[in-house]
Design a protein around this ligand. Structure first.
Ligand code: SAM
Length: 291
């Protein structure tokens, strides 16, 4: 029986055999800890009925553990040099397909339609390249893919932002954007020592379970997100100041104050103190003013 790809010795031998050199610019930090891989797979609830989209398989450490449990795995890898390596390391898993493409450019609806026709339970699972974590997560959420959820290893600081509650330092427009689409849960903090090469930052595994519908009623989604971003424009400024400066004009101050009052929100508060419900009420009240 062959050893797991993720054992430090086997990872090293694959790297040596293929004379692979890590590209920092592609966020290449490979996992060498089987316990963490098992934790990712179990958190994602992968069963023989589950289809998995993986982003950035690297040399296949996570892919291999996913393939042992999943019905099918389709993985996007941007680095051409890894394609022949994956062909070698994943030889025993014919239900794994590797697509050589930048996931940000992929038409995921089309891939799902094509690759997962016979799959009812679909998950995205990845040890994400840290330089593009946010765009990838936002793409997965905003494209409203037919997936159950996302389980990813990301930089701990970003995981904290995704799961942050109002009034905390990490809470910002990204927290709201993500929590609008999904229920977030930080699952486990991961030390740097489980990667080669070791990154400079700590990591976390986070799960995002997609909501069937948003937690709040918003009349105009685009305007809601615009309002959220504007409210966090300058974190030290009050909500009223941020709204005047970033979304409306100083001349509109009386109308903004009126809208704030109508939903019972004090304009002297800071954006970071408002809950997603309060942002929803405020965006519905301010919408007429924007039009
Ligand atoms: N899954 C492997 C593991 O856990 O050991 C490797 C994870 S490594 C953090 C990130 C991987 O994503 C690398 O293999 C890198 O080449 C790949 N990658 C980087 N940017 C990408 C992109 N935009 N689309 C697809 N893959 C990407």
């Amino acid at each position: 029986m062959r050893k797991d790809i993720s054992t430090p010795q086997y990872t090293r031998s694959i790297i040596d055999k293929h004379k692979f050199t890590f590209k920092k610019s592609l966020g290449q930090n490979f996992l060498i800890d089987r316990n963490i891989l098992d934790k990712i797979v179990s958190t994602a609830g992968v069963t023989s009925e589950t289809g998995v989209i993986e982003i950035g398989p690297g040399i296949g450490s996570l892919t291999e553990q996913l393939a042992k449990s999943a019905k099918k795995v389709t993985a996007f890898e941007i680095d051409q040099r890894l394609i022949p390596i994956l062909k070698d390391t994943l030889l025993d898993y014919p239900h794994v397909k590797v697509i050589h493409q930048d996931v940000l450019e992929a038409n995921l609806h089309e891939v799902i339609e094509h690759e997962f026709k016979d799959v009812e339970d679909l998950m995205v699972v990845a040890n994400l390249p840290y330089y593009v974590t946010t765009p990838i997560i936002l793409k997965l959420l905003t494209e409203r893919l037919p997936i159950r959820g996302i389980v990813v290893m990301i930089q701990k600081e970003v995981a904290d932002r995704l799961a942050a509650e109002p009034g905390t330092k990490s809470y910002g427009s990204l927290s709201i954007a993500v929590q609008y689409y999904a229920v977030t849960k930080s699952e486990v903090k991961v030390p740097k020592t489980v990667f080669v090469p070791q990154p400079n930052v700590d990591s976390s595994v986070i799960s995002l379970t997609l909501r069937e519908k948003p937690p709040v009623d918003v009349d105009d989604e685009a305007f809601f997100f615009e309002l959220v971003r504007a409210s966090f424009g300058q974190r030290r400024k009050t909500l009223l100041n941020n709204l005047q400066n970033n979304l409306f004009t100083k001349e509109q101050k009386p109308e903004i104050e009126e809208a704030l009052q109508s939903v019972g929100i004090d304009g002297k508060r800071r954006g970071e103190a408002l809950s997603i419900e309060e942002f929803a009420h405020l965006s519905n009240a301010l919408l007429a003013l924007k039009r």
